[in-house]
Design a protein around this ligand. Structure first.
Ligand code: NAD
Length: 283
């Protein structure tokens, strides 16, 4: 099966970015979220990103309008019935993803691939709620999707080799570099990144230094392009907490204990850039 039509579930920062890069590569895209407000926010984010690229002369005005024209938006997963692959990029909560995968399994054509952009949840467990576990795979993009080259491609225990090859080809076709990673909580990227971010939050929690100072240490001392607390704000503190909880529960190891400050900030609705406040303030 050649991939021509991509469905995306979840029009947040990752889903909108995935829709954008797939459409920019010439694929037909259907972008879905649970309500019109979320869908509109996703489409607006794509427009803003493309306009920024146009201003920097990275794309032409024609490319901008053609990329937008190839994206259809919807508030119903039923609109994904004809997609060749669906990439799920909804909230990082296993029960939400399981319910979406059950729906997709019922709605999508029998040979469609069901991929997930989960940051940490077991692909094998998500695959197990469908009748087509051999066609379920992890396709873990990085944030911001249009800029970041990496896609971790994660096979569940039952994933077919042919599906793995197709997803590798698709990743390359949309300009990304796929890396083959085993199915384990957090895969490679978040097994390394999130404990580091969590430790930076512990440094803040224990008053070792201000947020700016912690980020400066990592930027100037370790040549990180962005400090861990600014990165946590970009990822979303709710997503960071969800990933730490998957690591903590999954490995049953206290070294992954989420910092109490991270929990408190999420409880307060300080989610980072998406809510306007996290370790820093945003307009
Ligand atoms: P986000 O909060 O920006 O967006 C999540 C979207 O999912 C929201 O628009 C929400 O309305 C939608 N959603 C929730 N339940 C839904 C449902 N039942 N049906 C359809 N849509 C639903 O989150 P995000 O940062 O885009 O993260 C999405 C996924 O991508 C998560 O699994 C996350 O772990 C993963 N991810 C995030 C990053 C990051 O840096 N933020 C990086 C890589 C992967």
């Amino acid at each position: 099966m050649s991939i021509e039509h991509v469905g995306v579930v979840g029009a947040g920062q990752m889903g909108s970015g995935i829709a954008q890069v797939c459409s920019a590569a010439g694929l037909k895209v259907t972008l879905c979220d649970q309500n019109q407000q979320a869908v509109d926010r996703g489409i607006n984010a794509i427009k803003t990103s493309l306009e920024r690229m146009l201003a920097k002369e990275k794309i032409s005005a024609d490319q901008l309008s053609e990329t937008l024209a190839r994206i259809t938006s919807s508030t119903s997963t039923e609109s994904l019935a004809k997609a060749d692959i669906v990439i799920e990029a909804a909230t990082e909560i296993e029960s939400i993803k399981q319910s979406i995968f059950k729906d997709l399994d019922r709605i999508c054509q029998p040979n469609a691939i069901l991929a997930t952009n989960t940051s940490s949840i077991s692909i094998t467990r998500l695959a197990a709620v469908t009748e087509r576990p051999q066609q379920v795979i992890g396709m873990h993009f990085m944030n911001p999707v249009p800029m970041m080259k990496l896609v971790e491609v994660i096979r569940g225990l039952q994933t077919d080799d042919r599906v793995f090859e197709q997803v590798n080809e698709l990743s390359k076709f949309i300009g990304k570099v796929p890396v083959d990673v085993k199915d384990s909580f957090g895969f490679v990227s978040n097994r390394i990144l999130l404990p580091m971010i969590n430790e930076a939050i512990f440094c803040r929690y224990e008053g070792l230094a201000s947020a700016e100072e912690i980020d400066t240490v990592m930027k100037l001392g370790m040549s990180h392009p962005m400090g861990p607390l600014a990165l946590a704000d970009l990822i979303g503190l709710d997503t960071c907490l969800n990933i730490m909880e998957v690591l903590y529960d999954g490995f049953n190891d206290s070294k992954y204990r989420p910092c109490p400050l991270l929990k408190q900030m999420v409880d307060a609705g300080y989610l980072g850039r998406k809510s306007g406040r996290g370790f820093y303030q945003y307009d």
